[in-house]
Write a protein that binds this ligand. Structure first.
Ligand SMILES: *Cc1c(COP(=O)(O)O)cnc(C)c1O
Length: 355
């Protein structure tokens, strides 16, 4: 079965209805697929292609743009005039949400984990420039019960002012919609591989919540593609995340009526690049960032894509991929966080100290 719904041509804010989930056109799709010859040479021969999802356009792009096309369609359908969401202070999702809201003429309120005195850099600077109203919550824990309480307070306050707020918080089963939003990326990749007559051995994807991984694993299997989907964990241990990704992929499959079942062995997860923790730069990630920049002018970040590239490099150096066909690396964006780290934190990480 081959569908061609991966490309959105309608201008925002028209709602694009496809065979899949409803979307508002916000990004620049299809994103490019590029070969990385100098990186290949540095890695000693493995063919490497880069899917440039970092070039998806909206407010400096990244993988969250596809998810937001879906969330914003739901918000508009619900008649919302204000988008509310929450995450860490340097969240790419929050920055892209603020961008989507600005582009659609909606108000945006962000509840960010952190304290009001944080330096206005990286994504936080962009949140401000994009016009989002920012509130802080003094916790590091995304599961802190104070988070939903404060979100509820924001929703109540907005409603009391006569606004129609929409909570764009992709947790629990709402994650199925998030995973489904990545299915068109699988279709887009297959169209690009077919056009270039390549049959990749593996697709490397950073796994945060695992929704991108779930959507891609589902899409590739549904379309009968055997490319190995390799998730490199940036946040949660593989033992915890693996069953969640299976569950989200199967929920997305049911939501879209695909009739494809995802099993644990349909993808793999490697959590050896997390280092001291989520958002902490590692020596391996800094090496991957520098190598990608200096060979391909490819700018990665220390939270997600640097760790994913470090995982790919470690697998190549261990001799895992020799003659099976090219490797595809998903550049999922996140570049703005680089500017919130600064060179001293990267230097510390390179020297093996906690950063
Ligand atoms: C959010 C994010 C990811 C992780 O995507 P999930 O779908 O949550 O796994 C990877 N890379 C970047 C740059 C991100 O912002």
């Amino acid at each position: 079965m081959r569908v061609t719904s991966g490309v959105i041509v309608a201008p925002a804010p028209e709602i694009v209805s496809t065979r899949h989930v409803e979307r508002v056109a916000l990004g620049a799709f299809p994103t490019p697929l590029e070969r990385a010859p100098r990186l290949e040479e540095a890695l000693g021969g493995a063919d490497v292609w880069i899917k440039r999802e970092d070039l998806s356009g909206l407010a400096l792009g990244g993988n969250k743009v596809r998810q937001l096309e879906t969330l914003m369609a739901q918000a508009l359908a619900a008649g919302a005039d204000t988008i509310v969401t929450t995450a860490a202070a340097q969240s790419n999702f929050c920055r892209t949400t603020a961008g989507a809201a600005a582009k659609l003429g909606l108000h945006c309120v962000l509840l960010l984990r952190g304290v009001p005195g944080l330096p206005l850099d990286g994504n936080l600077l962009l949140d401000r420039l994009l016009g989002a109203e920012i509130e802080f919550i003094d916790t590091k824990d995304p599961y802190d019960p104070a988070v939903p309480q404060q979100l509820q307070g924001i929703m109540d306050r907005l409603r009391a002012k006569g606004r129609r707020p929409y909570l764009a918080h992709v947790v629990g089963t709402a994650g199925a919609v998030g995973a489904a939003a990545y299915l068109p990326m699988a279709e887009e990749l297959i169209a690009q591989w077919t056009a270039r007559a390549i049959s990749p051995a593996a697709l490397y994807v950073t796994a945060g919540s695992g929704l991108t991984l779930a959507g891609l694993a589902l899409g590739l299997k549904w379309l009968g593609w055997r490319t190995r989907v390799v998730g490199i964990c940036a946040q949660m241990p593989a033992s915890f995340l693996h069953p969640l990704v299976v569950q989200r992929a199967n929920e997305a499959s049911a939501l879209l009526g695909l009739g494809t079942a995802i099993a644990a062995e349909d993808f793999e997860l490697d959590d050896r690049q997390i280092g001291p923790g989520y958002g902490m730069a590692t020596a391996e990630a800094v090496e991957a960032i520098e190598l990608s920049a200096q060979t391909e002018s490819l700018i990665l970040d220390p939270v997600y894509t640097g760790k994913c590239m470090a995982g790919l490099i470690a697998h190549v150096r261990a001799g895992r991929w020799r003659s099976e066909g090219p490797l595809v690396f998903l550049h999922s964006g996140g570049t703005p966080t680089l500017f919130a780290y600064g060179s001293d934190r990267l230097d510390q990480a390179r020297a093996g100290r906690q950063a």
